[in-house]
Design a binder for this molecule. Structure first.
Ligand code: PEP
Length: 250
């Protein structure tokens, strides 16, 4: 059985002082887990997070990176800059970036390829909106996001990628997908990957669920056959809650 990969997405939260307090509280709470623990922090907290987590089992990720290595892209961060700092993971294509910052399947693909080329492990987010689900378009949307968003990704590269299935209607809303809804959607996503990469590669691929996962519902979600972990927003900002999710299924 796979272990679970539990990643916190802090979004635009935590000053350096607040980040230090949270990380110092979190480390001892998760030190004995068999699951993989990742915190994806704001750029301004990365250096601190890498320093404080050194020697612990907490891995550090960023929340975005650009697709170019350098150049006139004001406000952007290159994957190699993150890699040089010691960052291991990077969230790509989060629905908030797709909604507010014009992220498309094409930019998700470009960022993913650049991150891989720099030696980072992308956590690539996909998921349907409420209206898409209601209109029966969930499978078509997920298929498009996988087919277009992974168009140039090789089978070898796929082994360094984590996928996060995050139904947009469940993110930050307090409305969680049921255990079955999460598992069914992830099973479907896995079948789309299997079409391109084969069943062995698709089964090996880690696909997380994200969307209002918390210390109360994590056990049920993480016990489902196809749910390989969680990408957690709000609940990752409180050490005890995040640690409870990390330990919910071991
Ligand atoms: C997220 O930011 O990826 C997320 C799932 O947020 P929340 O857990 O707050 O719904």
């Amino acid at each position: 059985m796979k272990n679970k990969i539990i990643a916190g997405n802090w979004k635009m939260n935590k000053t350096r002082a607040e980040a230090a307090a949270l990380i110092e509280e979190l480390i001892p709470l998760v030190s004995n887990t068999s699951n993989t623990v990742i915190i994806c922090v704001p750029f301004t907290d990365l250096e601190l997070a890498i320093r404080l987590t050194e020697g612990s089992n907490v891995h550090v990720g960023a929340q975005n990176c650009h697709w170019k290595e350098s150049g006139a892209y004001t406000g952007e961060i290159a994957p190699s800059m993150l890699k040089e700092m010691g960052v291991e993971y990077v969230v790509i294509g989060h629905s908030e970036r797709r909604t507010y910052f014009g992220e498309t399947d094409a930019t998700v693909l470009a960022r993913t390829k650049a991150a891989l080329n720099a030696g980072l492990k992308p956590i690539v987010c996909i998921g349907e909106t409420l209206s898409e689900r209601k209109e029966g378009e969930m499978e078509a949307v997920l298929t498009r996001q996988v087919v277009e968003g992974f168009k140039d990704v090789t089978a070898e590269e796929l082994t360094n990628i984590i996928v996060a299935y995050e139904p947009v209607w469940a993110i930050g809303t307090g409305v969680t997908a049921t255990d079955e809804q999460a598992n069914d959607a992830i099973k479907y996503v896995r079948s789309v990957f299997a079409r391109k990469y084969g069943k062995v590669a698709a089964d090996a691929l880690y696909i997380q669920y994200g969307g209002s996962m918390n210390d109360g519902n994590a056990k049920g979600l993480l016990s489902m056959s196809d749910v390989d972990g969680g990408l957690i927003g709000g609940a990752s900002l409180v050490a005890a809650k995040f640690a409870a999710i990390v330990h919910a299924h071991e």
